[in-house]
Write a protein that binds this ligand. Structure first.
Ligand SMILES: *[C@@H]1O[C@H](CO)[C@@H](O)[C@H](O)[C@H]1NC(C)=O
Ligand SMILES: *[C@@H]1O[C@H](CO)[C@@H](O)[C@H](O)[C@H]1NC(C)=O
Ligand SMILES: *[C@@H]1O[C@H](CO)[C@@H](O)[C@H](O)[C@H]1NC(C)=O
Ligand SMILES: *[C@@H]1O[C@H](CO)[C@@H](O)[C@H](O)[C@H]1NC(C)=O
Ligand SMILES: *[C@@H]1O[C@H](CO)[C@@H](O)[C@H](O)[C@H]1NC(C)=O
Length: 364
C-alpha cells in the first residue's frame, strides 16, 4: 500500500516527467504544454472532488503540501544570505582598540535567489503589526536574552528601552512585558540547559496554553559545565520529543472556531537560537578557554544535527544561525568572543520576522 507522501511524489513526477517523456517522442512543444495543462486540470478537478472522496483528499493535500514546501524551503534557505560592512569609526581610539571602535551594518545579499524572496527589514510599526496580539516566548541562556532585547529594541522607543534593559538583564531571572499598543506579550524564560527547555514544553502542555512564537536555544552552559557532547545530545533528544508532542495537540485549541482551511493556524512557530562562533583566545576565563574549544564546538554542533531538532534535519525548529551571522560579522563584533554586538542579534530578529512572514503568507 502506498503512503500519501509516495503518492504525492508520484503525482509530482507525473506532471513533470510525462510531458517530458512525450517530448522525447517528438511531440511538438504546444502539444507538450497541452499535456501538462491537461494533467494540471485533472489535479485541479481532483481538488474540487476532495470533499466527496476521502482518499482523494489525502492525495491532493499531499500534492499541494509538496508544492508549498518547495517555495517555503527555497526562501528559508536564503534567509541568512546577509552581507556585513564593518568599518573603523571616525572617533577611532587606538588605546581602546576594541569592538566599540567599529561601525557595523548588514543587508541581504543581491544574488538572484535572494532577490526573488524580497526580504525586508521591518520598521517598528510593521513588526508590531505582524506580532499584534501574539504571545512570544524567548527561552534560553544569555544568547536568548540578547535576542529578546533585540526584539524589544526593534518595537519600542529608546526611552522605554532604557528602563527595560535593567530589568531584562537581572542575572538569571525571568522577565515579562505586555506591550499595550499592540497587545503583544513577551516572556523571557531563563533556561540555560536543554533540560530546562524540556521542562518548559511540559509546562505549556500541562497548562494547555501555547505561545504563538517560541524562540529558544541552549548549549553554551552545557559545554562549560558538562563538556560532554553525547550527554548534550541526550538532552536534545528529549527536548525534541517534548516539542513534537506539543505540536499535534495545539490545533485542538481552536476546535470551536470555524475551520479556515489551515488547521495549523494555531501551531506555534518554532525557532532555535544557534550557538555563536566562539573565539577561544578572547574568552574571558581560563576555564572557558580550556573547555570551550573549537573541537568541542564542532562536537556540540554535530550533536545538534544528530538530534534532528532542526528543520534542516527533518525536525520542527527553524535555525536562527547565530554562528554564521557572528562569523561573518567577525572579531570586531565581540568583546568576549562569545557575546556579540546587538547588530548580530538584530539581524537574527529580522530573519525570524521574514520567516514568520513566509509562513503566514503560505497560510493565507
Ligand atoms: C587593532 O587590533 C587588531 C587585532 O585585534 C589589529 O589587527 C589591528 O592592527 C589593531 N589596530 C590598531 C590601529 O592598533
Ligand atoms: C492590533 O489589532 C487590534 C485589533 O485586532 C487593532 O485594534 C490594533 O489597532 C492593532 N494594533 C496594531 C499596532 O496594529
Ligand atoms: C535547569 O536545569 C538544571 C539541571 O537540571 C537545574 O539544576 C536548574 O535548577 C534548572 N534551572 C531552571 C531555571 O529551571
Ligand atoms: C502555567 O500556569 C501557571 C498557573 O497559572 C503559571 O504560573 C505558569 O507561568 C504557567 N506556565 C507557563 C509555561 O505558561
Ligand atoms: C558523557 O555523557 C554520557 C551520557 O550521559 C555518559 O555515558 C558518559 O560517561 C559521559 N562521559 C564523560 C567523559 O563523562
Amino acid at each position: 500500500m502506498l503512503g500519501g507522501v509516495q503518492l504525492g511524489l508520484l503525482a509530482a513526477c507525473i506532471v513533470l516527467f510525462v510531458p517530458m517523456g512525450m517530448a522525447g517522442w517528438h511531440l511538438s512543444r504546444n502539444k507538450m504544454l497541452f499535456f501538462s495543462g491537461a494533467l494540471f486540470i485533472s489535479l485541479a478537478i481532483g481538488v474540487h472532488l476532495t470533499p466527496y472522496i476521502p482518499s482523494v483528499s489525502d492525495f491532493v493535500t499531499t500534492v499541494s503540501s509538496v508544492v508549498v514546501f518547495d517555495t517555503r524551503a527555497s526562501c528559508n534557505s536564503q534567509l541568512h544570505e546577509v552581507v556585513w560592512e564593518v568599518k573603523q569609526s571616525d572617533e577611532f581610539n587606538p588605546l581602546s582598540n576594541n569592538s566599540v571602535n567599529y561601525e557595523k551594518s548588514w543587508k541581504w545579499g543581491r544574488s538572484a535567489p535572494v532577490i526573488v524572496c524580497d526580504f525586508q527589514k521591518f520598521d517598528p510599526m510593521d513588526a508590531a503589526d505582524l506580532l499584534n496580539g501574539s504571545w512570544v516566548v524567548v527561552a534560553g541562556d544569555s544568547q536568548a536574552r540578547l535576542i529578546a532585547l533585540s526584539l524589544l529594541d526593534l518595537i519600542l522607543d529608546s526611552q522605554r528601552m532604557g528602563a527595560i534593559r535593567g530589568d531584562l538583564f537581572k542575572r538569571h531571572s525571568n522577565y515579562q512585558i505586555v506591550i499595550d499598543e499592540s497587545g503583544m506579550k513577551l516572556d523571557f524564560i531563563w533556561a540555560p540547559y536543554a533540560s530546562n527547555l524540556t521542562d518548559l514544553m511540559a509546562e505549556f502542555k500541562l497548562n494547555l496554553s501555547y505561545p504563538d512564537v517560541i524562540i529558544m536555544g541552549s548549549g553554551l552552559w552545557h559545554m562549560l559545565h558538562f563538556t560532554n557532547a553525547s550527554d548534550f545530545q541526550l538532552s536534545l533528544d528529549s527536548l525534541r520529543r517534548s516539542v513534537v508532542s506539543l505540536i499535534p495537540s495545539t490545533p485542538n485549541l481552536d476546535s470551536e472556531a470555524p475551520l479556515t482551511g489551515s488547521i495549523s493556524t494555531r501551531t506555534p512557530h518554532l525557532f532555535w537560537i544557534g550557538m555563536p562562533t566562539l573565539i577561544n583566545s578572547m574568552l574571558n576565563t581560563e576555564e572557558k578557554r580550556k573547555k570551550m574549544t573549537d573541537l568541542m564546538k564542532v562536537a556540540y554542533d554535530e550533536s545538534l544535527r544528530k538530534s534532528k531538532l532542526l528543520r534542516s534535519s527533518g525536525g520542527p525548529l527553524l535555525l536562527l544561525d547565530i554562528e554564521t551571522l557572528s562569523w561573518n560579522c567577525g572579531v570586531r563584533c565581540t568583546v568576549d568572543g562569545m557575546h556579540y554586538d546587538g547588530v548580530v542579534y538584530e539581524a537574527a530578529i529580522h530573519i525570524m520576522l521574514n520567516a514568520l512572514l513566509i509562513e503566514s503568507h503560505q497560510k493565507l
